[in-house]
Design a protein around this ligand. Structure first.
Ligand code: HEC
Ligand code: HEC
Length: 398
């Protein structure tokens, strides 16, 4: 299914910027955590994240899950039915987050469906998430009942590269280490990479939350794994920060129902991956259990080679390398929610040299997740710049 601005996700000015949620296991589709089962604690020391029923006014079914996971389930609904947030929440929700608490017939129907899906999985699949909203809805409001002859006899739709699964019988043309080495070579080589220890960058950001207007963006990155992205919206800054250990996303009140959301579980692992990939010399260390036994995959008609690894909190990540150039063109990762597993992917293009370093980085990158998307185009990058520690510190709630 293609998520397009008109059919899915959020309304102008109320765009979500919720990366994939959660903690606990990040299994391949179909093997997620049983619905309703409490996620395992992310880290013993981590403070308990705010729960949906504490942050919101009218939660009757999706209780006991952190705000971040709750927002991801909303994205799951939007993705499964190809709905805008306002399709379920009513036109008035576009102007004020408080109106999301108002019940609508579709919202109530969705609540019934949550209970139905849990009952189906409990009764037939030992509580595992084999059936989700997407199983039936497949991107439509009304699931189909009569099979289509056009589909039966037509060309199958093109494969979605995010969905490729490891295939133990696949012929491995390059091992993970060979792919990493080729990539490191393609972006400048280990020596040049080792000399780049930080950078700051400026450019433009456009996404649902900027209503697809180009707004200024700053990126701060410090090796080995600190990163902050700050997009300057008309109503205030949206930011994603990872300090090497913890991560947060923030936004002004008109753009997010909760202004400071701590990242946990698979989201935190994803923020760490984004920070580490800013300095590709350490790509091998970002995950363990690397494997490259994938069937052939193409992205934009170009052959790519896929490796998969396991990041903290058992978060699965796939990396897609252009077979010809060796460059990383995509990163896909998965996060479980009580409803089902959600994908997030980042695409990388327009690799250019950071002036005077011999290192190439992607000047264009795009993040896509079930309830949001943004594209960053860099215009200038300053290598080895001094960056104040405060750039990576926990942002204040607004
Ligand atoms: C298929 C219908 C559906 C879609 C689409 C949907 N939601 Fe929801 N939303 C619900 C339901 C149902 C609840 C109440 C959940 C409960 O009672 O446990 C809810 C509750 C909420 C709440 C809590 C409001 C409060 O104060 O009680 C927020 C915030 C919210 N949704 C945001 C969103 C956003 C943002 C999107 C788009 C990414 C979205 N929703 C898409 C069905 C939907
Ligand atoms: C087992 C199949 C199945 C699953 C799984 C399923 N649905 Fe449905 N859903 C249906 C059917 C069938 C309808 C009724 C369509 C109609 O009225 O033609 C429906 C209707 C709905 C409607 C009302 C649409 C309308 O226009 O009246 C909403 C909203 C909805 N589902 C949300 C969800 C959500 C959210 C989930 C996941 C928690 C989900 N569904 C899972 C089969 C399913």
């Amino acid at each position: 299914m293609k998520l397009s601005r008109g059919t899915a996700l959020c309304v102008a000015g109320l765009a979500m910027f919720i990366t994939a949620v959660v903690y606990g296991q990040a299994p391949p589709a179909g093997q997620a955590r049983p619905a309703g089962q409490a996620p395992p604690a992310a880290q013993a020391a981590a403070p308990r994240p705010q729960l949906a029923e504490e942050a919101f006014k009218n939660i009757r079914v999706l209780k006991g899950i952190p705000v971040k996971e709750f927002m991801n389930t909303m994205g799951f609904f939007a993705a499964s039915l190809a709905f805008n947030c306002t399709d379920c929440h009513g036109g008035a929700s576009a102007s004020d987050w408080a109106n999301y608490a108002t019940d609508t017939p579709l919202k109530n129907r969705a609540r019934q469906m949550i209970t139905m899906v849990k009952a189906i999985n409990d009764a037939n699949f030992g509580g595992r998430q084999f059936v989700t909203c997407y199983t039936c809805h497949r991107g439509s409001q009304k699931p189909k009942i009569v099979p289509s002859l056009a589909v039966q006899y037509g060309e199958p739709p093109p494969d979605d590269p995010d969905e490729v699964e490891a295939l133990p019988t696949a012929r491995v043309t390059a091992t993970p280490d060979q792919l990493f080495d080729k990539y490191i070579q393609a972006v400048g080589g280990a020596q040049a990479l080792g000399r780049l220890t930080s950078f700051t960058a400026t450019g433009t950001y456009e996404g649902f939350d900027s209503d697809f207007a180009k707004v200024p963006v700053n990126i701060y990155a410090k090796a080995p794994n600190m990163r902050s992205l700050v997009a300057h919206m008309a109503s205030g800054d949206v930011s994603y920060t990872y300090d090497g250990r913890e991560g947060w996303q923030t936004g002004p009140r008109d753009l997010t129902p909760v202004s400071l959301i701590p990242l946990i579980g698979a989201d935190l692992a994803g923020a760490r991956a984004d920070a580490q990939l800013s300095f590709p010399g350490q790509i091998k260390q970002m995950a363990t259990n690397w494997r490259a036994d994938f069937p052939p995959v193409t992205i934009d008609d170009k052959p790519v080679l896929v490796v998969q690894g396991t990041m903290p909190d058992r978060t699965i990540v796939k990396l897609y390398f252009d077979r010809a150039s060796g460059l990383l063109v995509r990163q896909t990762r998965y996060a479980p929610t009580v409803i089902g597993t959600v994908p997030t992917h980042a695409t990388y293009s327009d690799y250019r040299e950071v002036p005077g370093t011999g290192v190439k980085i992607p000047f264009t990158s795009q993040m896509t997740w079930v309830d949001g998307q943004y594209t960053v185009n860099l215009t200038s990058v300053t290598p080895n710049a001094a960056i104040e520690a405060a750039r990576f510190a926990k942002p204040a709630a607004r």
